[in-house]
Design a protein around this ligand. Structure first.
Ligand code: ATP
Ligand code: SF4
Ligand code: MG
Length: 336
């Protein structure tokens, strides 16, 4: 349990979760020892470059890992109870009614030949045991809740704009009254104005329904506006976890610092995104020790030898040898 959960039981606990993908029969570690908690109503961002393990973490929680994935250690608990995340059939009663996912690109996730009202009503019948009339009434309510006039429910997905389709996806995600919504890049395919509207809607629903939100994004400006806490992932691990205020004003991990420095800021005359030099490792070429060391401006000898643990640091957690409390002797050895 980390500092953030003190005083309030967490809704979700992810403890020591490691997941492998089988590639030609060889297991490759995609996420390693991922641990965090989420409280009711809290908005937590998962941030990191492509391939850092954000989707794998989210899909593990939702019990939606692909067939070649294997949970090699750890567990996920919802309201204190262990979820059978690696058992598709056993996970069915939990999926969508406890944790729901809003994916990127609603056009692919919606059925093109069914009217949207029907698609929202279906889970209400299947999961909540409602009659068709009850489910239709609930689907109309849900459409209004996400800002779509109920009568638009007679439309097919292709008759709606991208933003409207994403609202429909959010309505579907809410159908079975979950306590946690996971948004996996839910606004990436949208223009800036629609993106802001969808984030505003998620924020409104969060406070209205006391929903917890796990928001996956590459975009730190989205994190600043929509989340309470941010977890920074690199090469399958959480490397920093802190309140959004702390992460933005006092980032501790060198990777977090570089991510924040890479945000374009017209106020500072910095209009162009400055990417972090070098590439993140793949599952096949993770370096020894700290996975960030080949890109890190502060790398020391110890960074090649020892993978830093994610330790408590201030009000958050950080995995970096710069933030370990070293003895004088260890400090001399580290810089030798
Ligand atoms: P992105 O920002 O691109 O969506 P991500 O942070 O969500 O990236 P993941 O999709 O979780 O990253 O992938 C983590 C690692 O696992 C990557 O190296 C990816 O190539 C690999 N991976 C993901 N899914 C599979 C799969 N089904 N089989 C094999 N490897 C996979
Ligand atoms: Fe850089 Fe070393 Fe910290 Fe890794 S452990 S981020 S290489 S200083
Ligand atoms: Mg992803």
């Amino acid at each position: 349990m980390n500092n953030f959960s003190v005083g309030m039981a967490p809704l979700l606990e992810v403890a020591g979760l490691s997941v492998d993908y089988g590639l030609k029969g060889v297991p490759l570690r995609a996420i390693e020892d991922v641990s965090f908690t989420v409280r009711a109503g809290e908005a937590v961002a998962l941030v990191g470059e492509s391939g850092s393990g954000k989707t794998t973490t989210a899909m593990s929680i939702a019990g939606l890992l692909p067939p070649n994935a294997r949970v090699s250690s750890g567990e996920v608990r919802y309201r204190g109870k262990r979820l059978p995340i690696d058992d598709d059939a056993a996970m069915r009663p939990h999926r969508w009614s406890e944790t729901s996912v809003v994916f990127q690109g609603a056009m692919n996730a919606l059925n093109p030949v069914h009217r949207v009202l029907k698609q929202i009503a279906e889970p209400c019948m299947l999961k909540l045991g409602m009659t068709r009339d009850e489910a239709t009434a609930r689907a109309r309510e849900l459409l209004e809740l996400v800002g779509i006039p109920a009568d638009r429910g007679s439309a097919f997905p292709h008759e709606l704009s991208g933003g409207m389709r994403q609202r429909v996806m959010i309505a579907m995600a809410l159908a079975c009254r979950p306590s946690i919504i996971i948004g996996d890049e839910p606004t990436t395919a949208l223009d800036v104005i629609t993106q802001a509207q969808i984030l505003k809607l998620l924020g409104k629903l969060r406070s209205q329904l006391n929903l917890a939100l796990i928001l996956i994004t590459h975009d730190l400006s989205v994190v600043a506006e929509s989340c309470d806490r941010a977890m920074i992932m690199y090469a399958g691990r959480i490397v920093e976890d802190g309140t959004v205020a702390d992460i933005f004003t006092e980032p501790k991990h060198p990777y977090t610092r570089l991510l924040i420095e890479s945000i374009p800021s017209p106020a500072k005359g910095k209009k162009i995104l400055r990417p972090i030099p070098g590439d993140p490792p793949t599952l096949l070429n993770r370096p020894s020790g700290c996975a960030f060391r080949l890109r890190c401006p502060f790398a020391m000898h110890v960074c090649a030898a020892e993978d830093p643990r994610l330790d408590p640091s201030g009000r958050g957690r950080v995995a970096c040898h710069l933030h370990r409390s070293l003895t004088q002797e260890q400090k001399v050895a580290a810089h030798a």
